[in-house]
Design a binder for this molecule. Structure first.
Ligand code: NAG
Ligand code: NAG
Ligand code: NAG
Ligand code: NAG
Ligand code: NAG
Ligand code: NAG
Length: 286
């Protein structure tokens, strides 16, 4: 009998100890980062970590050739200007609190559809100047909080159909200085929050085939569009004015060509305030 009582007391004691430990360490699994300074972590070598309201890892210009082990608590990661040549499926798998990710000025070339698959809180993603030429279908599937996506100065000739369709919060999309040759009906499907779209300095000739008629169909909130530096000269300019006529919230457009070539579709752009042809500015205020 005595043995059983001692045994019970031992069990109760162990239980209390375990609950106490669980209580002390349970903040590991919570989303809040405000209590982070009290906890130890390993900052990747060659990087600097700063912890406060955010958990920021500064790794720019460190000659990195791969993504170092980011602490799982990281909310902001600055990895720009390195030699990172690949993002594996594992690199960001555990960093589920990431909100800001700057990978610009690297040599990624291909964006895999597993690369960012766990980053459901990401708000800002910069993949500019990374020599990207292939983006796999589904690469942005999980990024439903993303507001800003920069893909400028890469080598993108075409994006897969509906690549951006899960980005319902996206406000800003920069595809300037790529090699895009066509904007299809399903290129921008789903971008219902987008207000700024930059397509300047691509290979989007102004003819009747470059912009399909529903190319801008879903962009009901678009306010600023630049398609400048695509048409090499003014000869044979055919404006995609039927495609453009769907942009019923457009306020500013930056465009090649010349006013006399404008088609009837432009009459539908009733909110337009600023028209910029090359370096000339035409506005309602003038
Ligand atoms: C690059 O990452 C992808 C995706 O994880 C992987 O399949 C591929 O083997 C990697 N390539 C190199 C050279 O590491
Ligand atoms: C990921 O990309 C591969 C091609 O590399 C494709 O076969 C697969 O369907 C894609 N997965 C998703 C979820 O889009
Ligand atoms: C236009 O894009 C090319 C690469 O395609 C780049 O070299 C050039 O600097 C860009 N020009 C501007 C004004 O952005
Ligand atoms: C574009 O215009 C050319 C003639 O300038 C014509 O042959 C072609 O069929 C047109 N394409 C479309 C899709 O309308
Ligand atoms: C694009 O959409 C327009 C309007 O719905 C349609 O007339 C056209 O055939 C479509 N183009 C393609 C290539 O599917
Ligand atoms: C003008 O640009 C077109 C492409 O739209 C090109 O075929 C043509 O050769 C150019 N003409 C001149 C005079 O540069």
């Amino acid at each position: 009998m005595k043995v059983i009582i001692y045994f019970c007391i031992l069990i109760v004691f162990l239980t209390i100890v375990f609950i106490g430990r669980a209580f002390l360490f349970n903040d590991k699994n919570e989303g809040s980062t405000s209590d982070l300074p009290t906890r130890s972590f390993l900052c990747p070598s060659r990087c600097i970590c700063s912890i406060g309201d955010t958990f920021t890892v500064h790794c720019s210009q460190r000659n990195l050739d791969s993504v170092s082990d980011l602490p799982a608590q990281t909310t902001e990661a600055y990895l720009q200007v390195n030699r990172i040549g690949n993002i594996t499926c594992a690199d960001f798998y555990s960093t589920v609190y990431l909100q800001t990710l700057d990978l610009s000025n690297n040599a990624l070339r291909r964006i895999y559809n597993c690369s960012f698959s766990t980053l459901t809180r990401l708000v800002y993603l910069n993949l500019g100047q990374c020599s990207v030429d292939v983006i796999e279908t589904g690469a942005f599937y999980s990024l439903n909080q993303l507001k800003c996506l920069i893909l400028a100065s890469n080598r993108i000739i075409a994006t897969p159909p509906r690549l951006f369709m899960y980005l319902s919060m996206l406000d800003y999309l920069d595809l300037s200085s790529n090699l895009l040759i066509r904007i299809k009906n399903d290129t921008f499907t789903g971008l219902s929050s987008l207000t700024k779209l930059y397509l300047y300095n691509n290979s989007l000739l102004y003819n009747n085939e470059t912009f399909e008629l529903d190319a801008f169909c879903d962009l009901n909130n678009l306010e600023v569009l630049s398609i400048q530096m695509n048409q090499p000269n003014d000869s044979g300019v055919v404006y995609p004015d039927i495609a453009l006529s769907k942009l019923n919230n457009l306020r500013e457009i930056y465009i090649d060509g010349y006013p006399a070539a404008l088609g009837l579709g432009f009459l539908f752009l009733i909110k337009l305030e600023k028209f910029v042809f090359g370096n000339m500015v035409y506005g309602n205020s003038m």
